[in-house]
Design a protein around this ligand. Sequence first.
Ligand code: GTP
Ligand code: MG
Length: 172
Amino acid sequence: MKILVLGAAGAGKTTAVRAASEIAPVRTDAGATTAALDFGRVSLGPRRLYLFGAPGQSRFWFRWPDLVQGADVALVVVDSRRITDAYPVLDAVEGLRMPFAIGVNCFDGLLGRPLPDVRWALTVRDGVLVHPFDARSVESVRELLGHVARVGTGETAEPATLVDGPRAASTL
Ligand SMILES: Nc1nc2c(ncn2[C@@H]2O[C@H](COP(=O)(O)OP(=O)(O)OP(=O)(O)O)[C@@H](O)[C@H]2O)c(=O)[nH]1
Ligand SMILES: [Mg+2]
């Protein structure tokens, strides 16, 4: 299964892929940010997950169409302290017409606000999986990937109700 890992710059994509990958990570960082992609492989039970992390900085997004090819599901990594940074990526992923899930990187295990508030601030449809995790922890990233894989196979249903929230309001 091919999993696209998206998210704003500094959200923790590279950290998460490196933490969970069973193969030596391909380093494509230019300074502190990823310029090309993060690649990783994770075995979960009988399943092999191939992780393709896209750069967060929008100046590198022209590479997305290549990365999106053949992807089964997208994981959007969100920094719990900077939710609004995720809006451009969420808008983009909603246009990709592929299932996606959201991993809220808790940065030191501390979610700035309760999960329902984070959900509301993200303004995603009811059925979209929003799961808190720690990008530096193998176990935490593997647990999240288990959920993401189930979204990718369609085992997790996605009802199509749009919720109101700050992102919807800001685009009016
Ligand atoms: N304290 C703490 N630092 C974290 C955590 N996750 C990531 N970081 C740090 O945050 C910084 C950015 O993380 P990256 O994983 O490089 O972010 P990225 O999403 O790959 O960013 P781009 O490549 O620029 O798109 C790095 O210095 C990480 O070490 C976390 O859970 N806690
Ligand atoms: Mg990176």
